[in-house]
Design a protein around this ligand. Structure first.
Ligand code: ADP
Length: 492
């Protein structure tokens, strides 16, 4: 049975209520069918100003920032519980909007609630302020305060997790938020308004504006916004920097694109290559490759390549595209027609550049008329080609070979990005050499094909290069949403 379209209010949510907006109409297509599913009215400049003003008022006059930390904690814990209670509605929204397999969508709602809970629990346990040494008649307290009104702009690849990753630390730190979800998958975020009311969050603490680029531009340019947090493409990240420069000074937290290398060293030869092949395929094709930290560039030692490639191809070919609503589906369609066409264009340019196409996802058996492309693999990827350099955000893995570690480092650092890197080696010297030499915010060293959730909610890092800046995640990520104030008290 296919999923029923959830009953979600598609209007803007601010000041504790849903409001009609006056922007343009925006259609959302179900990527599993290619058929237009519904449309919503975007928030225009006036609607955005009203939402920001509700957030401003709730920050300046509302109880939120000044509440006893424990009260804020209980409210956010109630918010997390209410998210879990709505798991089916939220998962159906994300699955229908961007083609995510329903089993993954359900899991992601649990992770989103986990992020809110993690930061809620941190409120009365995380106080990074300090008291420095001073003369006896002076007391300097260095305290961390909320920044004020936070504008959050999120992408469509993990809609509910991306929202929680921003709302959790921003709200826990005492800020109020106006969030704009992606126009491709807005519904799960819009439903958070209703959920916030059910959980008893005060009006104006969480505000939501639906829309595309123009709505985001209005939000970022609003002088009542104190900070912008963004996850999305590098091009949009740059546009946001320009907008901020032209409006009012405010800090930016930018998590942008990636083209993350995965280096397999010669010493891994004795490991289970089939199991490694599975993990490599999973790392590249998870969420149809629409992951900012997707391991999309495989850099393999020449002694291993011939044995590892068949294992990867076997694992990749077994990731069969199927309809997202079926409980066993692991691989769905691309999130939108635009994304589908972008991936096809990337494949065409790889072919034009002379790379060898060893698994053609365009020929994969797919269900029906949706935007499906199966896992695809290129080898012999030419240096400098767009296949090597450009983020595709789709199920396309490119493989290159190295003989010496210096070559591996050069290949790994050849793009402008610096989001993530994976290194397969059991040799500690190689592991340290590569993790220091490869530009990356989030480096993973694998010594055997073992899956791990790692630090999950506590995981934090700062991107490098054109992948953005600012610390996201964990308690340090919570501090990003705080401003350090020093108060020097001289007594006579
Ligand atoms: P993608 O190309 O994968 O959709 P984007 O960076 O364009 O990635 O989108 C990420 C988020 O940024 C979405 O919520 C989108 O609506 C928003 N966005 C896109 N362009 C702009 C812009 N010029 N100003 C503000 N937000 C924008």
């Amino acid at each position: 049975m296919s999923l029923t379209s959830p009953d979600i209010d598609l209007r803007a949510f601010y000041g504790g209520e849903y409001h009609v907006t006056s922007g343009e109409s925006c259609a959302v297509t179900n990527p599993a069918t290619g058929v237009s599913d519904y449309s919503f009215t975007t928030a225009n400049e006036g609607d955005v100003a009203a939402a920001v003003s509700a957030a401003r008022d709730a920050f300046d006059h509302g109880p939120w920032a000044g509440l006893p930390p424990m009260t804020r904690r209980f409210m956010l814990l109630a918010f997390a519980a209410a998210i879990e209670k709505k798991a089916e509605v939220l998962a159906a929204a994300d699955s229908l909007d961007m083609g995510k397999p329903i089993s993954a969508a359900r899991q992601e709602v649990g992770i989103a609630a986990g992020f809110i809970r993690y930061y809620a629990e941190a409120i009365d346990k995380f106080y990074p302020g300090q008291i420095p040494p001073t003369p006896g008649n002076v007391l300097e307290t260095q305290i961390y305060r909320p920044r004020g009104v936070i504008a959050a702009i999120t992408p469509w690849n993990f809609p509910i997790i991306n929202a929680a990753l921003k709302l959790g630390p921003a709200l826990a730190a005492g800020n109020t938020v106006v969030i704009k979800p992606s126009e491709i998958a807005p519904r799960s975020t819009l439903e958070l308004g209703r959920i916030a009311n059910e959980a008893g969050l005060p009006p104006g603490v969480l505000n939501i504006v639906p829309g595309a680029g123009p709505t985001g531009q209005a939000l970022v340019s609003d002088r009542n916004v104190d900070m912008v947090t963004f996850t999305g493409s590098t091009a949009t990240g740059k546009a946001l920097m320009r907008l901020v420069g032209e409006s009012s000074l405010k800090p930016l937290l930018l998590e942008c694109g990636g083209k993350s290398p995965e280096i397999v060293c010669a010493d891994m030869a004795g490991q289970d290559l089939n199991a490694m092949g599975k993990m490599i395929a999973q790392g590249a094709f998870w969420n149809q490759g629409q992951v900012c930290v997707a391991r999309s560039r495989l850099i393999v030692h020449s002694s291993l390549a011939d044995r590892l490639l068949p294992a990867i191809l076997l694992a990749a070919s077994s990731m069969k595209a199927a309809e997202p609503h079926l409980p066993g589906t692991m691989f769905g369609p691309m999130a939108s027609k635009r994304q589908y066409e972008k991936v096809l264009a990337a494949i065409a340019s790889g072919l034009a550049d002379g790379a060898k196409f060893v698994l053609d996802g365009r020929k994969a058996k797919t269900p029906g008329k949706g935007f499906y492309i199966g896992p695809s693999v290129f080898t012999e990827v030419p240096a400098g080609s767009s296949l090597e350099q450009q983020e595709i955000f789709g199920p396309v893995l490119s493989m290159q070979i190295f003989d010496h570690l210096d070559q591996a480092i050069e290949l790994a650092n050849t793009t402008e990005y610096g989001l993530a890197a994976t290194i397969w080696t059991r040799d500690s010297v190689t592991a340290h050499t590569l993790s220091y030499a490869v530009r990356s915010g989030r480096t993973k060293i694998l010594t055997a094909p073992i899956e791990s959730m790692g630090a999950l909610f506590a995981h934090c890092f700062e991107p490098a290069g054109q992948s953005g800046f600012g610390i996201d995640g964990g308690l340090k990520g919570m501090a990003s949403y705080m401003r350090l104030q020093s108060i020097e008290h001289v007594f006579g």
